[in-house]
Design a protein. Structure first.
Length: 149
């Protein structure tokens, strides 16, 4: 690429990123400086850490099901979590990431996500994995209030 199109190096036509990658894309495009990007990422990390310490959250990866099947299982897990009455919080679980046509990450309140995992474990065709290192329900409606920080 460097040899065939040297004119585009350092002058990208488009940039994109997901999550913290959005900030990286803004830096790469020259919209914000590297130092500004670091400040934003640090503030975001602090807010996310504080939120993670206050809320009981979890995330589960699921492959092999259509989106509507995952949505149906999420609705059922919310009903089960609500009827159990173990948590004071309102049951919440959302699709937070799309990994291609049949891959999703569902994040939310830990008790609801665990109900979802149990449902998915017994669903034919579903490959399910509890994501231990991605337990914050970022990229869901649960995170809206921290974006104001």
């Amino acid at each position: 690429m460097r040899q065939e199109h040297p004119e585009i190096l350092g002058h990208p036509y488009t940039v994109a990123g997901f999550s913290v990658g959005e900030i990286s894309a803004l830096v790469a495009a020259g919209v914000i400086s590297y130092d500004q990007g670091l400040i934003i990422v640090k503030e975001r990390a602090d807010a996310m850490q504080q939120w993670a310490e206050q809320e009981k959250m979890a995330a589960v990866g699921v492959f092999g099901l259509e989106e509507e099947d995952v949505e149906r299982c999420m609705r059922a897990s919310k009903r089960r979590d609500d009827s159990d009455g173990e948590e004071e919080d309102t049951p919440e679980v959302y699709i937070s990431h799309y990994w291609g046509g049949l891959g999703f990450v569902c994040s939310g309140l830990r008790s609801t996500v665990m109900k979802l995992k149990m449902l998915l474990d017994s669903t034919e065709g579903a490959i399910v994995h509890l994501l231990e290192h991605t337990s914050v329900a970022a990229h869901t409606r649960m995170a809206e209030h921290i974006s104001e920080q």
